[in-house]
Design a protein around this ligand. Structure first.
Ligand code: C2E
Ligand code: CA
Ligand code: CA
Ligand code: CA
Length: 279
């Protein structure tokens, strides 16, 4: 039994060591990734159900690693958050998205919002709102064309200062979306403290409609509440026509997902925009 225990321990610790080593090597690579031009946003359109109009483009971060290939956020955002690297990565994605949206506006009359994910680590910075205004000034994007996607955990951390920052952003005309809505453990009372422009229904609910009555009920309730609060409601992860039909039947405003388009690099998104405008 003693022998067995020791082997077990050794196996466990070797596995841990290799995981930790992998994480360390990713973190080391991530440190130089921005300077080497390996980080970039891809864009996924957001579509109004009734009209098919493009109402927004969500920017999603990607990392083209020289050896590992394309690395998805789930594998590097947590490392970026723990190490503080998310501050520079996040600001880069914000600036690049605003620059791009301004360019699409000038070239193609793109007047939808560009939606940028904001980490709790970024939002917590005292100068966060200043950093955002600086980027808008530098890129010439109108505040109304920028939407910041924050999760409920962001709103709940140090409620006082979070609400204060939300108000500053809201007053400047920037839009606020609550991401992954319904998956956090927060109270809903924060919704009374500032204007939320959009509620985003998490794909974990969308995945299960229209065949699971629980998911249907939750999605219906989120839409009713969102509309009652004057927010638009958007569903993420819409993959099937049946999901889109259910969402439309409960008056969800917009959808985003593979049914419409996968996230695309800037060049492909621009080409997609042209075909969807003329279609
Ligand atoms: P999220 O903000 O909830 O984004 C939705 C995720 O669903 C994205 O994954 C998107 O590519 C994926 N998706 C889109 N349509 C579909 C669909 O029809 N079906 C399915 N199954 N998935 C779909 P992605 O790009 O891997 O991003 C994962 C998460 O990483 C995001 O979740 C967000 O929390 C975070 N993230 C991405 N970009 C950034 C960023 O620039 N900054 C920060 N702080 N977080 C980011
Ligand atoms: Ca998001
Ligand atoms: Ca507003
Ligand atoms: Ca989500």
């Amino acid at each position: 039994a003693k022998e067995y225990g020791r082997n077990c321990y050794r196996f466990y610790s070797e596995e841990l060591t290799s995981l930790a080593a992998d994480r360390l090597s990713l973190e080391r690579d991530l440190r130089g990734a921005l300077a080497r031009g390996e980080i970039f946003p891809v864009y996924q359109p957001q579509i109004e159900f009734g009209t098919g109009r493009v109402t927004g483009a969500e920017a999603l971060m990607r990392w083209r690693h020289p050896k590992r290939g394309l690395v998805l956020p789930a594998d590097f955002i947590p490392i970026a958050e723990d190490s503080g690297l998310i501050l520079s990565l996040g600001e880069y994605i914000l600036r690049e998205s605003c620059r791009q949206a301004r360019q699409w506006h000038d070239r193609h009359g793109f007047d939808a919002v560009v939606a940028v994910n904001v980490s709790a680590v970024q939002f917590r910075q005292n100068d966060f709102t200043d950093a955002v205004s600086r980027v808008l000034a530098e890129t010439g994007l109108l505040p109304e064309r920028l939407e910041l996607e924050v999760t409920e955990s962001v709103v709940m951390q140090g409620v006082e200062s979070a609400v204060q920052k939300m108000r500053v952003l809201d007053d400047s005309g920037i839009k606020i979306a609550i991401d992954d809505f319904g998956t956090g453990y927060s109270s809903l009372s924060y919704l009374r403290n500032f204007a939320v422009d959009r509620l985003k229904i998490d794909l974990s609910f969308v995945r299960d409609i229209p065949h699971h009555t629980d998911a249907n009920a939750i999605v219906g309730a989120i839409v009713t509440m969102g509309r009652g609060l004057g927010s638009r409601v958007i569903a993420e992860g819409v993959e099937t026509e049946a999901q889109a039909q259910f969402l439309q039947s409960v008056q969800c405003d917009e959808g985003q997902g593979y049914l419409y388009a996968k996230p695309m690099n800037a060049t492909d998104f621009e080409a997609w925009l042209k075909t969807s405008n003329s279609g």
